[in-house]
Design a protein around this ligand. Structure first.
Ligand SMILES: Cc1ncc(COP(=O)(O)O)c(C=O)c1O
Length: 403
């Protein structure tokens, strides 16, 4: 029986698609030990460098006393939030999120155990068989999985093709009770940004809801680091704004910002919220601590944006396509095996870059997803563009992502 799985994995190996776990250790800021070598970590989502900041961690744990150990630093919630897993720390975090995101509009926040839980738990709870979801084709796997769990119909539009989205709305809007447009703000594998202004105009014109996944934007954009909706001044027009604590906030968990009625409804209907153990007190308190700290990290945000601009320019100077508009820079190689081998060569030279292959990205667009973080400096990166150009060979330079 198990040999059939082995055969399948042998095939994955041959095609360059075998996935394996790869333990890291010895973290110091943006550097880690990998296979006995110190490497610059270019594959992390710790965008603000919070996860590698031991001072911040000491500050958090510095408040530890015997009296507050369980409420503040406890490691397990021991049941779902709907039983005895709910605690003041969860409400304090939701309150902080609702206040920051709400501005003058009274909004509400609801926690999930991860962005994955949020994306598979919100749409299936809110939508029924008379409804329709229109989703960008390059939305994250968790959104696609959420669509599979929905009783509502769904259609996917080509990445960033809002003319096609408008056409779909013109054709189908009147057949459905509720329609939801779903998009990421910063796309995880291409580092490009949705046109939020256009999405908001379409939402208003066709009376739909707008669901925005800001997983790769929270912490990085806007005065308070709330994401692209804050930066572009459209927060009040986003009906469901999902953020995760797993990336720039160096933790675990996620949240949705929504109307109070939707929050109350999700508490009654969202299965990944109801049927799982709640986040632990220590995570909830760390998340609130980091959320407050990051609001003042404007310097890190500016530094990272400047670093990404410099990296893109240096890649272009080497004849490499450097698409995207964020700290995520895709370097597309195309062939899976070549991407695997090239990643190994870069790892040997001290750059921790992992190959990203289908199904995480479309067929024929295997790539490196260079993820710059605020704890890097130019001295860490300056050699990389030339190495990439030399190692990639003439065939790869300038290959664009398929849309
Ligand atoms: C766009 C997007 N949404 C959601 C998630 C899932 O978030 P989490 O890691 O908190 O489960 C990811 C993770 O990679 C993502 O890229």
């Amino acid at each position: 029986m198990s040999s059939s799985y082995r055969e399948e994995m042998n095939k994955l190996q041959e095609s360059g698609r075998l996935r394996q776990l790869r333990p890291l250790s010895g973290r110091r800021g943006c550097r880690v030990q990998y296979q006995g070598r110190e490497c610059l970590n270019l594959s992390s989502n710790d965008y603000l460098g919070i996860g590698g900041d031991s001072h911040l961690l000491l500050q958090f744990y510095g408040g530890m006393e015997t009296e507050n150990l369980l409420d503040r630093y406890g490691l397990g919630a021991s049941s779902s939030r709907l039983l005895t897993g709910d605690c003041q720390a969860a409400h304090a975090l939701e309150g902080a999120l609702a206040t920051a995101y709400g501005g003058s509009e009274p909004g509400a926040a609801l926690l999930f155990n991860s962005g994955y839980h949020a994306n598979i738990g919100i749409l299936p709870a809110l939508l029924g068989k008379n409804d329709l979801i229109l989703s960008d084709k390059l939305n994250h796997a968790s959104i696609h999985d959420g669509l599979q769990l929905c009783r509502a119909a769904h259609k996917r539009f080509a990445h960033g093709d809002y003319d096609q989205l408008e056409h779909l709305l013109l054709t189908h809007r009147h057949h459905h009770e509720r329609v939801v447009i779903v998009s990421e703000s910063v796309f995880s594998m291409d580092g490009d940004v949705a046109d939020l202004g256009r999405l908001v105009r379409l939402k208003k014109k066709f009376d739909t809801l707008l669901y925005l996944d800001e997983a790769h934007a929270v912490g990085l954009y806007g005065q308070k680091g709330l994401g692209k909706a804050e930066e572009q001044g459209v927060m009040a027009d986003i009906d469901l704004l999902v953020g995760t604590f797993g990336k720039a906030f160096a933790s675990m968990g996620a949240f949705v910002i929504c109307h109070q009625d939707i929050r109350d409804y999700l508490i009654n209907r969202s299965r990944p919220l109801i049927f799982t153990t709640a986040l632990s007190p220590v995570l909830l308190n760390w998340n609130r601590f980091v959320f407050q700290q990051q609001q003042g990290m404007t310097g890190q945000r500016h530094h990272l944006a400047a670093l990404a601009r410099k990296m893109r320019q240096a890649m272009e100077d080497q004849g490499l396509a450097a698409t995207g508009e964020s700290n995520i820079i895709p370097h597309i190689i195309g062939n899976d095996q070549e991407t695997v081998h090239l990643a190994e060569r870069l790892q040997e030279r001290g750059f921790l870059i992992f190959p990203v292959r289908p199904p995480a990205v479309p067929e024929g667009t295997a790539r490196f997803r260079l993820s710059l973080t605020a704890d890097m400096g130019w001295q860490d990166l300056c050699e990389l563009p030339e190495i990439l150009a030399n190692e990639s060979g003439p065939g790869q330079a300038g290959t664009g992502s398929t849309r």
